[in-house]
Design a protein around this ligand. Structure first.
Ligand code: NAP
Length: 251
């Protein structure tokens, strides 16, 4: 009998896989046995090398997800290059910071289009395929701001709260069709996305003081949770937003 976390023979799509959390997830899925399509506007050469070093196949797929124009081609190319599609991880995302009174329409649209609109239409395109084959796993990357309000990031909070809601809606529609839709809400993870916070001495100290685990998270911390939600170990988990936050939300 295969191990419940084993992903051997499966194909995963990971968006925003060249760096940070996306890279951590792609490498973790490959470590569990999956071949991985690495999707993004920057080519994920280093992640591909990590995947190949683990004995798995990697496909590099160029796609700028600030619009939904490339969505169907991401699915079609994955099928053409890796032969199947079992897992979608919607990780690509951006953040814009400004006071709510000054927030621009451009900063609103850019974040919503990438973090929420493209995520939904990728779920739709992958979901159609997964429903037809009767099984599949979708993991959306949410945020602590799927639960909390945050400050100076209105479009980001709106997008990530939307990701949590969509995850539950899709789970309600697709659970009985063999497709698991769940989300991971990372806490404070050391990546490009949080570089400004890490380099601000006061904010960095305030954040660390509030994390029960006493450290920033690492992309590897998210990788383990992703393997669980992409494997048969989570077959009865639907519509859940799993916080991987060093205990932040427990405070
Ligand atoms: P990151 O290092 O900035 O990575 C973001 C990824 O998204 C990069 O691969 C980036 O590509 C890609 N991306 C952005 N816009 C794109 C577009 N238009 N088309 C295609 N790809 C695009 O940040 P991260 O921290 O790893 O973030 C990954 C996800 O985790 C995001 O959804 C973020 O909101 C979420 N998250 C992060 C934290 C954290 O503490 N770090 C906490 C909660 C949630 P480029 O390299 O080309 O920009």
């Amino acid at each position: 009998m295969s191990h419940p976390f084993d992903l051997s023979g499966q194909v995963a799509v990971v968006t925003g896989a060249n760096t940070g959390i996306g890279r951590g997830i792609a490498v973790a899925l490959a470590g569990a046995g999956a071949d991985v399509a690495l999707v993004g506007r920057s080519r994920a050469e280093e992640t591909a090398a990590d995947v190949v070093a683990l004995g798995r196949r990697a496909a590099l797929i160029d796609a700028d997800l600030s619009t939904i124009e490339p969505v169907q081609s991401v699915i079609d190319r994955t099928l053409a290059e890796l032969g199947r599609l079992d897992i979608l991880v919607n990780n690509a995302g951006i953040i814009r910071r400004a006071d709510a009174v000054d927030f621009t329409e451009e900063d609103w649209d850019a974040v919503i289009d990438t973090n929420l609109k493209s995520l939904f239409f990728l779920c739709q395109a992958a979901g159609r395929h997964m429903i037809t084959q009767g099984r599949g796993k979708i993991v959306n990357i949410a945020s602590l701001l799927s639960f909390q309000g945050g400050i100076r990031v209105p479009s980001y909070t709106a997008s990530k709260s939307g990701v949590a809601g969509l995850t539950k809606l899709l789970a309600n529609e697709w659970a009985a069709k063999g497709v698991n839709v769940n989300a991971i809400a990372p806490g404070y993870i050391g990546t490009n996305n949080t570089a400004a916070l890490q380099s601000d001495e006061t904010r960095n100290r305030q954040i660390l003081e509030r994390i029960p685990a006493g450290r920033w998270g690492d992309p590897k911390d998210i990788g383990g949770a992703a393997v669980f939600l992409c494997s048969s170990a989570s077959d009865y988990v639907h519509g859940h937003v799993l916080a991987v936050d060093g205990g932040w939300l427990a405070r």
